[in-house]
Ligand binder design. Structure first.
Ligand code: ATP
Length: 369
């Protein structure tokens, strides 16, 4: 059963269409992220849900009630912004209390709830401090507590971590997820950071040019993208332009060599395709090693010859840029304990399984740059 529904929502600003024919159903307690490049309409969707913008067309329903034209102040939503937006002349506790005072809750209840919320966001000690006496991460925690104080039915978060440094960003995103799960709160989160979206969400809606391209669980978005846009926007991919040689067998022609893929039931022989392979699916074999010579004719894995041009240590793994004999550069992410065997200039075999290939019907004009 959906809790919040957007039906056929369009929003135009003069000649600009910011959001076009969007349908979105969010379950109670779900954490949904709107992910997409700058200008794709994420914030506009969030602002329409909050009531700061009115849709040009379409309906927004919350818990069965049409709220499309309801004032923002009358919607049971809490909003959190990138800029924290705390009142500078109020202490942390007074910031949290603000919404409850407007609602005229009794003083004892407000004090009790402030203390609870400070504990919930892990800042029991800082209630009497002013915003300028808090770090960015602490200010955002207070902003979260303030948004939760009025017991919203939906929490809306617009790039809440963008202003924070990398370490605080990761710890606070985990905190946001913990709090959301603890309170079983429905949350809609806007970001253009794919890693953040993958880490925090129950489902992700991938947006481009005012439309939703795909809505799915993070694993599905990453492992089974439905379009070239999703596949290239989320994660890194090796890309090959080719042509289907045998759809039934799962074989494509790329330059002079064949790439084996899963059977391509949705494509015809001769169709132009874009084949994508994640770097972590590619393994390296020393081209001269017995292992490579032996395994070459032994498996159905794809094999491409090349030489290592660049080796980059990225912490958990090492990334190799390999120039293939077909004059393309491929990326392989190799666990560090295996990466030790390979050096720049070395001839190697790149190997990847047919199942690692995502194959999309290709019109070169649709491939994002
Ligand atoms: P970003 O990640 O950069 O914040 P976004 O995906 O959130 O981008 P929006 O802010 O929703 O995108 O903007 C979508 C489109 O609508 C953009 O072309 C933007 O310029 C336009 N737009 C948004 N708000 C207005 C406005 N008030 N007046 C005119 N155009 C607007």
């Amino acid at each position: 059963m959906s809790f919040l529904d957007l039906a056929n929502i369009t929003k135009t600003f003069g000649p600009t269409t910011a959001v076009e024919h969007i349908d979105l159903s969010i379950k109670q307690g779900e954490f949904l992220t709107l992910l997409g490049p700058s200008g794709c309409g994420k914030t506009t969707v969030l602002r329409m849900i909050a009531g700061f913008e009115t849709p040009t067309m379409g309906t927004i329903t919350l818990d069965g009630e049409d709220i499309t034209h309801r004032q923002a102040s009358k919607r049971p939503m809490g909003m959190i912004f990138q800029s924290y937006a705390l009142f500078p002349h109020l202490t942390a506790s007074q910031n949290i209390a603000f919404g409850m005072q407007i609602k005229k809750l009794p003083g004892t209840r407000i004090r009790q709830r402030c203390a609870e919320l400070l504990e919930l966001v892990g800042l029991g000690e800082v209630g009497s401090r002013y915003p300028h006496q808090l770090s960015g991460g602490q200010q955002q925690r207070i902003a979260i507590a303030r948004a939760l104080a009025v017991e919203p039915k939906v929490l809306l978060l617009d790039e809440p971590l963008s202003a924070l440094d990398a370490i605080v960003r990761v710890s606070l995103r985990n905190e946001i997820r913990r709090i959301q799960q603890q309170l079983m709160m429905t949350a809609i989160y806007v970001t253009h950071d794919q890693e953040e979206a993958l880490a925090i969400s129950d489902r992700i809606a991938i947006m481009t040019k005012g439309r939703i391209e795909q809505i799915d669980q993070p694993e599905q978005i990453y492992n089974h993208p439905q379009s070239i846009f999703t596949a290239t926007f989320v994660g890194t991919s090796n890309q090959f332009d080719g042509m289907v040689a045998s759809a039934a067998q799962g074989r494509c022609k790329v330059g002079d060599y064949d790439i084996f893929t899963p059977p391509l039931t949705h494509l015809n022989n001769g169709a132009p395709v874009l084949i994508m392979v994640r770097p972590e699916e590619v393994s390296l074999l020393a081209a001269t090693s017995e292992e490579a010579a032996h395994s070459k004719g032994d498996t159905k894995d794809n094999r491409i010859m090349g030489s290592i041009k660049l080796r980059t240590f990225l912490g958990p793994f090492t990334r190799f840029h390999v120039h293939s004999n077909e004059h393309t550069t491929l990326i392989a992410d190799i666990p560090n304990y295996l990466a030790k065997r390979f050096t720049v200039g070395q001839s190697v075999l790149l190997s990847f399984a047919p199942d690692a290939c995502q194959v999309f019907a290709s019109d070169r004009r649709t491939v994002p740059s």
